[in-house]
Design a protein around this ligand. Structure first.
Ligand SMILES: [Zn+2]
Length: 120
């Protein structure tokens, strides 16, 4: 499963960040996920719980922020947010565009830590 390996990556990065910060437990990881990233949120959430086991992230939440697809319309000379990823046309004037400015994101926004001491 593609999402499982991504989940392991996310957990690894956040776990490393927590260790460097001297934190015992992570509350939540915020992820920016573009609509064109090809990642299925549900599968990623499922994989996250598996990947988090035995790490500082065990029991934490993965919060996914969906990043919309933005194209540049040559006609309007402006960036436009797509209403649907099925149709790569400017929502204002209908001009087709494959000049994608955002929507491929797969990045950790930030990691939330807990102040509580570890119990184990
Ligand atoms: Zn346009």
């Amino acid at each position: 499963m593609h999402e499982l390996s991504i989940a392991y990556n996310i957990v690894q990065i956040a776990d490393d960040a927590a260790r460097e910060a001297g934190v015992e437990r992570v509350d939540a990881v915020h992820l920016r996920l573009g609509q064109l990233s090809g990642v299925v949120s549900e599968a990623l959430l499922f994989g996250y719980d598996i990947a988090a086991q035995g790490t500082r992230l065990e029991g934490s939440r993965l919060e996914i922020e969906d990043v919309p697809v933005v194209i540049f319309c040559a006609q309007c000379r402006a960036e436009r947010e797509l209403e649907s990823i099925q149709v790569f046309c400017c929502p204002e004037c209908g001009t087709p565009s494959m000049d994608i400015r955002s929507g491929n994101e797969l990045e950790i926004g930030y990691v939330e830590y807990s102040d509580e001491p570890a119990h184990s």
